[in-house]
Design a protein around this ligand. Structure first.
Ligand code: TXA
Ligand code: MG
Length: 311
């Protein structure tokens, strides 16, 4: 299956496929999504099948804007403030689900809450507005693998399971959305992501930690993994290791997430560079220390999960 230009004909073809319950590769500013009509249970089931994903992982429902989101979820003051500050953009809000929402139970894994995101990418916006229904879309990779940041990545991994992938360029953010639950009590950061903790807390105050137990399967210990093993906080590579550098002091010639030490640039490059190193077939990828500030929290979160022992 091929990549389609996201011109009028491409958008129309994507909407036609979605109407028939098929899956498409959808560019967003975070990572590419594997999208289906969130109101069609059979189409949602096809997402789980295509990814080889455990059935109980709930999916994010993508909508064009806050007005559309409010038809599916109940927004408290914190959720409204966050949506107004960061939508459209790389933020997902988990809120109580409206009983009248037509989103399939399966997309919410039977939970009383729903995850909603209004993506900023113009192609995602065009598809959402032309289609009219919310789109359930996890990242367009096989379960447990690196998220795709280009249309070519999507086709390489899932090309035989989708109707088409729309071309949307390299994902600008490069990391999944931040997930904040606004259900009861203080908002909780379920997954660090494309909006930094500092930026979120400037709007709603201190974020609580996620509760006990796995609330978001992105929180499984091993996730977002390349084939190679990872060694973190490596100052330099050992013989035989591939090296992923960061910052101005890093080894010359190594693949560098950001030679200037810019964490936003590093986030945008993370998955693509891990894929590139992984393609060389090393047993181990050594990764330079990444500071914790800003998007560093999300980058470190993904690296720690990628480095964890595999199930
Ligand atoms: O940037 C992103 O968020 C990308 C793009 C495509 O939008 N999507 C993405 O989806 O990362 P996925 O399925 O890989 O991750 C969605 C996360 C999962 O960890 C899931 O458990 C969590 O959202 N989630 C969904 N509904 C939830 C709910 N009701 N309560 C708690 N977590 C929820
Ligand atoms: Mg994912």
């Amino acid at each position: 299956v091929g990549i389609r230009a996201a011109d009028e004909a491409g958008i129309e073809a994507a909407v036609g496929a979605l109407r028939q319950g098929q899956l498409i590769g959808l560019p967003t500013e975070t990572v590419y999504g594997l999208a289906a009509d969130a109101t069609d249970p059979a189409a949602v089931a096809r997402i789980y099948a295509a990814k080889g994903r455990p059935q109980f992982n709930p999916l994010i429902s993508h909508v064009p804007d806050l007005a559309a989101a409010e038809t599916h979820g109940i927004f408290n003051a914190a959720a409204l403030a966050l949506a107004q500050a960061f939508w459209p953009g790389p933020l997902t809000l988990v809120v109580p689900r409206r009983p009248t929402s037509p989103v399939a139970e399966l997309a919410c894994a039977g939970l009383a809450t729903i995850a909603l995101r209004a993506p900023a990418h113009p192609v995602a916006q065009a598809v959402l507005r032309a289609f009219g229904n919310p789109l359930a879309a996890p990242s367009a990779n096989l379960s447990g693998r690196l998220s795709p940041t280009t249309a070519a990545d999507v086709v390489a991994e899932l090309g035989d399971r989708i109707a088409l992938a729309l071309e949307g360029g390299a994902a600008r953010v490069g990391l999944e959305s931040s997930i904040v639950a606004c259900v009861e009590g203080a908002p909780r950061l379920l997954r660090p992501g494309g909006v930094s903790r500092e930026a979120l807390e400037a709007v709603v105050g201190r974020l609580a930690a996620p509760g006990a137990g796995i609330e978001a399967p992105g929180m499984l210990a091993s996730h977002y993994a390349p084939r190679a093993k990872l060694r973190l906080d490596a100052v330099s590579p050992l013989p035989g290791e591939a090296f992923l550098a960061f910052g101005p002091t890093a080894a010359a010639g190594a693949l560098n997430l950001s030679p200037t030490g810019d964490l936003t640039e590093a986030a945008a490059n993370l998955y693509a560079f891990l894929r590139r190193l992984d393609a060389q077939g090393p047993a181990m990828i050594a990764v330079a220390p990444i500071p914790y500030a800003g998007l560093g929290e999300a980058i470190r979160d993904r690296l720690v999960r990628a480095a964890a022992p595999r199930p």
